[in-house]
Design a protein around this ligand. Structure first.
Ligand code: ZN
Length: 509
């Protein structure tokens, strides 16, 4: 009977500083010569980071910042990790015998579906039935090797979008944004440090007592969520580390009909290719969880935490502040808040790596990832930087609203205006940020006024192009001229209000 131990098998592809690529078992991550993970799919790379961070967090979490620092500077040995990971051994078996990693404890009698369904970009069951899989064809992925299957399974359970009736979303909802602390770009930082940066101290009262289903839900019968009870699992009912091991989907891979050939994902030859799995709806329904690697906002009516999700515009500077420092709208990930309090040298050399899917209901529209700068000055209670940046971003949002309104009034509205606006004003925004953090407090007001002028120039250029650049329309209508005037007037009103806000700040007098 096929079975592998996720802890003993060398299944994670990594790249070494000398450019070599090979596969390691999880505890080998401590090797100082490993530079990074080497997944061919960016979503698998993001998932693998979370898998390894989750494993460290669950079995090797430091009790406080001092302990965290002692490993950061002193390193971790493989034998230490072998010992720690052992605690999770029963949960890390992968094969027909239950319990099996991230698969339902009970044998399922659900529908048998093609293995491509584990991939979020694959057409869903309904799409196949209705024959509407225009973009990603059903035959693209037919059989995958066990190494890819483990990561596909983890990635699906971690990101799960809504999948039709009773097919539950991930512990953070469908397509959450993950934000990881990363060392300075282009430095020779080993993989283990990139992972360790994202492990946070856990208090003694939250430490895991038993490595059972309160951490790894597949170690016992699934707490299903069928109507009419619609049971949910709340954080109080489990250990906080289940955040890394959520299992919203009831899945059982078909290990009885394995074939030989090359894996349709990684291309490697295997005699254990998996081509189908069974699934059943009404898996675990999570409520009120806070995952340490994701930023959240709170529902204004219910106070429920809602993880930030991917959006069609991607990750843009509008969202930057909330990702790197909690503001009125977004609470940054726990891991980010903790980073500022670590007494690391040159904190500004770190950055935030953000990634996630943008789902349109059940379908993945795209995968986003980008890095954001981090400024430790943001946490300085005596500094006004955070408020000034908030004002700058608020001004950008307002200026876009005015532009949109003006374009609508001359029937030139387009959905691409927003995307272009955020993209094309991004470079000047980050230049503004850099300047704001460097300049003396009393010169910051001029930088903000300069920012307003940049936006004014941008919106008038876009408006003029939309309104007056059509060579077939020689006569310029008064409607267009009036709308332009209104745009300028409204912008000036806005600028005066913001100016007052800035000038009335005590430190600017
Ligand atoms: Zn493979």
């Amino acid at each position: 009977m096929f079975s592998l131990s996720i802890l003993d098998e060398k299944w994670i592809p990594v790249i070494y500083f000398d450019g070599c690529i090979s596969k390691i078992k999880p505890s080998q991550l401590v090797d100082e010569t490993i530079s990074d993970l080497a997944y061919f799919r960016p979503d698998f790379r993001g998932a693998a980071y979370q898998f390894l961070i989750g494993l460290l967090q669950t079995t090797f979490s430091p009790g406080d910042n001092d302990e965290w620092l002692s490993y950061w500077y002193g390193g971790i040995s493989q034998s230490q990790l072998d010992e720690a990971f052992k605690q999770a051994k029963p949960a890390m078996q992968f094969g027909k015998k239950k319990p099996a990693f991230m698969q339902d404890f009970t044998p399922l009698n659900g529908n048998k579906v093609p293995i491509s369904g584990l991939l979020v970009e694959a057409p869903g069951e309904n799409t196949l039935k209705k024959n509407t899989d225009h973009f990603i064809k059903r035959d693209f992925v037919k059989a995958i090797c066990p190494h890819c299957a483990v990561m596909a399974l983890f990635s699906l359970q971690t990101n799960a979008p809504s999948g039709g009736q009773g097919h539950r979303v991930s512990l953070r909802g469908g397509g959450p944004i993950t934000t990881l602390m990363m060392p300075e770009l282009n430095t020779l930082t080993p993989l283990w440090k990139k992972l360790w940066l994202n492990v946070i101290p856990i208090d003694d009262d939250k430490k895991i007592q038993n490595y059972d289903e309160t951490v790894f839900p597949w170690l016992n019968k699934t707490i299903t969520s069928e109507p009419p009870k619609n049971l949910s699992v709340f954080p109080e009912q489990a250990n906080c580390c289940q955040a890394f091991w959520g299992m919203p989907r009831r899945i059982e891979l078909d290990f009885d009909n394995m074939t030989q050939g090359s894996c349709d994902l990684c291309g490697e030859n295997s005699s254990k290719l998996i081509s189908h799995y069974k699934t059943k709806n009404y898996g675990i329904q999570y409520q009120n969880w806070r995952h340490p690697l994701s930023p959240y906002r709170y529902d204004s009516r219910t106070g429920t935490p809602i993880a930030i999700k991917g959006q069609p515009e991607g990750l843009i500077y509008r969202d930057w502040l909330g990702m790197v420092k909690t503001n009125n709208e977004i609470q940054s990930a726990q891991v980010v808040a903790i980073h500022y309090y670590r007494t690391l040298k040159s904190l500004e050399n770190y950055h935030l790596w953000c990634f996630g899917y943008d789902f349109d209901n059940m379908k993945a529209r795209s995968w986003y990832e980008r890095t954001f700068p981090i400024y430790p000055l943001l946490t300085d209670a005596d500094s006004d930087i955070k408020e000034l940046i908030e004002l700058a971003i608020e001004f950008s949002k307002n200026a876009l609203l005015l532009l949109r309104k003006a374009l609508i009034s001359i029937n030139k509205q387009s959905s691409s205006v927003d995307i272009a606006y955020w993209k094309e004003t991004e470079i000047p925004f980050y230049q503004l940020l850099k300047q704001l953090t460097k300049d003396k407090p009393n010169s910051r007001i001029h930088l903000l006024l300069k920012w307003m002028n940049i936006l004014l120039k941008y919106i008038t250029q876009v408006y003029d192009k939309a309104a007056f650049s059509d060579p077939d329309q020689q006569i310029i209508s008064s409607q267009k001229i009036n709308a332009r005037e209104k745009l300028l007037n409204d912008f000036n009103k806005l600028r005066n209000i913001k100016k007052l806000k800035i000038i009335n700040r005590p430190d600017c007098i």
